[in-house]
Design a protein. Structure first.
Length: 179
């Protein structure tokens, strides 16, 4: 598999770990338990700052280059690119509701549950589609020149939680993952 796809796959593995933590927090919210709002906020901040702002853009660049010379699977690639926008909107909405909840603004626990559950389902479905139906096609069909264009179009950035010295920003999430 091309190194760019290997990196995206590792991003998916890492994001899946964070989503598992979000699922555990969702269970606490659903059960009416005390919820670590700092952890919940950090998870949303992480998603908004790395997957939303960098990972999806890199995938969009790859998908766009693929669409330039392939008539196959256009609908799927375009659907995934649209889902990136929807996921960004959903994580933004989630962040807003959590901020409101933290500030004791009127937002119901049920609304927070619905937003988190919806986000988790869409994100998991999206990751599964990319892993099961897209990455192998991209690896087979993109040329070395295509990959060079992808690499030239995106700055090198490592995941701030799983591979960058900036990860102190997400230290609470990392500590819980390690535990």
């Amino acid at each position: 598999m091309h190194p760019q796809l290997q990196k995206l796959h590792q991003d998916h593995v890492n994001l899946s770990k964070v989503l598992t933590m979000l699922e555990a927090l969702l269970a606490d919210v659903q059960a009416g338990e005390h919820v670590n709002l700092d952890m919940l906020s950090e998870i949303v901040d992480y998603v908004r700052s790395y997957p939303d702002q960098f990972h999806h853009r890199q995938e969009d660049a790859i998908f766009s280059i693929y669409l330039e010379h392939s008539a196959c699977r256009n609908d799927l690639m375009e659907q995934l690119m649209t889902e990136h926008i929807l996921l960004i909107n959903k994580s933004h909405e989630l962040g807003e509701k959590i901020t409101q909840w933290r500030n004791d603004s009127p937002v119901s626990r049920e609304r927070v549950v619905a937003i988190i559950a919806d986000y988790l389902k869409m994100q998991r479905d999206h990751l599964n589609m990319e892993e099961s139906s897209v990455f192998d096609v991209l690896d087979r069909e993109l040329t070395p020149a295509d990959w060079a264009r992808v690499e030239a179009s995106m700055p090198a950035l490592s995941d701030p939680l799983f591979g960058d010295p900036m990860r102190q920003r997400f230290e609470n999430i990392l500590e819980r993952l390690i535990a």
